[in-house]
Write a protein that binds this ligand. Structure first.
Ligand code: B12
Ligand code: SF4
Length: 270
């Protein structure tokens, strides 16, 4: 267990540490499920970070406890419900050591009031759009602790987001680094799903198929995992994507729920 104490040296100016907190493994699921492909929230935030900032990335599920030193100027932590306690504990420790802490992700999007006690800034919704201004504002001490920033899920359109920076991921940690998101949101609104959180509109968006293919090609991996909420939500889009992918001979995995999914579409999407 690493310890951060108040006598730690001053935070390193111009450095951003992005942390994926540790989460308990589901004993019923295979080890491979966790080593399959990365989540893309923090690689996207890294891609939105202005060039004058140095980005470090730490995934506690791969590299043990998040580093206690050097203390960065800003710490960005992604928060899902499954690891919210660990995320808040880390946030409290880094703030005590003098870093500015930004929390983002699905859990704080649903419960920003809970999260703001542990953060300088809480981002609701998309983090890519507001991230550069947040860094600048933290530098100018423009935020009172616990400020909630609303990132839009509409502007910029997901199609205009930068590609995630997969180079920040530790080499060899995943079976493939080609986790790809082609669509955001979902056409359904199941009551239990986070996409149905009251007041949080996450419209269904599609990226251009050519852009998705270019990103996959740039990964240079033989195995692609689509981590969309529901890749086949629009069967026509799913079909277009699958047809475009077919000549590449890649092994593709995806999750999707389509009411009335036709056997033909399943075969086409193999
Ligand atoms: C990949 C994935 C996994 C992988 C994680 C792999 C890894 N190496 O970490 C594995 C298979 C291990 C997994 C397991 C589980 N998962 Co999962 N998973 C996903 C999945 C498919 C993709 C995540 C992703 O990359 N999203 C794309 C990124 C770009 O979106 P994002 O994270 O929301 O990030 C944006 C914003 O939130 C914000 N943001 C996010 N982080 C930050 C940080 C900062 C600083 C800022 C400023 C902004 C910001 O900006 C980003 C850009 O817009 C999502 C579904 C989905 N499409 O999101 C489910 C999802 C996250 N999983 C879910 C669940 C329930 C689980 C499990 C609990 C399932 C189970 N019963 O075992 C476990 C728990 C373990 C865990 N990690 O929490 C739920 C979470 C619901 C919730 N309220 O937290 C989701 C949403 C699926 C669903 N629809 O139910 N999962
Ligand atoms: S189909 Fe899946 S992603 Fe879409 S709303 Fe329902 S649970 Fe959420």
């Amino acid at each position: 267990m690493s310890i951060i104490c108040r006598s730690s040296p001053a935070p390193r100016r111009g450095e951003v540490l992005l942390v994926n907190p540790r989460y308990a493994r589901n004993p019923c699921s295979s080890v491979m499920r966790h080593a399959l492909a990365p989540a893309l929230g923090l690689p996207l935030i890294a891609a939105a970070t202005p060039a004058q900032w140095r980005v470090r990335f730490h995934d506690e599920n791969l590299g043990g406890d998040a580093p206690s030193s050097p203390v960065p100027e800003v710490v960005g932590i992604t928060v899902h419900t499954a690891f919210v306690a660990r995320a808040y504990a880390l946030a409290d420790r880094y703030r005590a050591a003098g870093a500015r802490v930004v929390l983002g992700g699905l859990h704080v999007t649903a419960l920003p009031e809970e999260a703001r006690r542990h953060a300088d800034v809480v981002v609701v919704g998309d983090g890519v759009g507001p991230w550069p201004q947040i860094l600048e504002g933290l530098r100018r001490s423009a935020f009172t602790p616990g400020t909630v920033v609303e990132g839009s899920f509409v502007h910029p359109h997901y199609a205009d987001a930068p590609w995630p920076r997969r180079d920040i991921l530790p080499p060899g940690a995943f079976l493939t680094r080609a986790a790809v998101v082609a669509t955001r949101g979902c056409t359904q609104r199941c009551g239990f799903c986070y996409l149905a959180t009251r007041g949080r509109r996450c419209p269904y968006q599609q990226r251009r198929v050519a852009d998705v293919l270019a990103e996959i090609d740039a990964c240079g991996e033989p195995f692609v995992v689509f981590t969309d909420n529901n890749l086949m939500a629009d069967p026509d889009y799913g079909r277009e994507l699958c047809r475009a992918l077919a000549p590449r001979g890649l092994l593709c995995a995806r999750s999707s729920v389509v009411p009335g999914l036709s056997g033909k579409l399943v075969r086409e999407s193999k």
